[in-house]
Design a protein around this ligand. Sequence first.
Ligand code: ZN
Length: 102
Amino acid sequence: MLRNEKLKSLKKSLNNLTEEVVLEMLDEMLQREEFNDVCKDEDCLLDMASYALNRLPAKYVATSKGEVFSKTEELEQQHSVDVLSVVTRAIKVVSENKHHNT
Ligand SMILES: [Zn+2]
């Protein structure tokens, strides 16, 4: 089981910066008036994030170095347009998908 524990530890140290960018963008977008009526429970937020993350390139760094790189403007600028359009689409697709009663 050492092998599994080691792999689990390695997995924890892998950090996808795109996740941070998408979650921040999602949070920001959902505060807009046009999305007032959109369900913002955890299920829907996770669906939106998953939708967006499946359509954007991952940007992995090891956690120890991640702190240094996480705020690099390069990443934000390079993907900001893509992230904006994909997150907007994610909100619309998920909010139109009546998977639960609100
Ligand atoms: Zn919901």
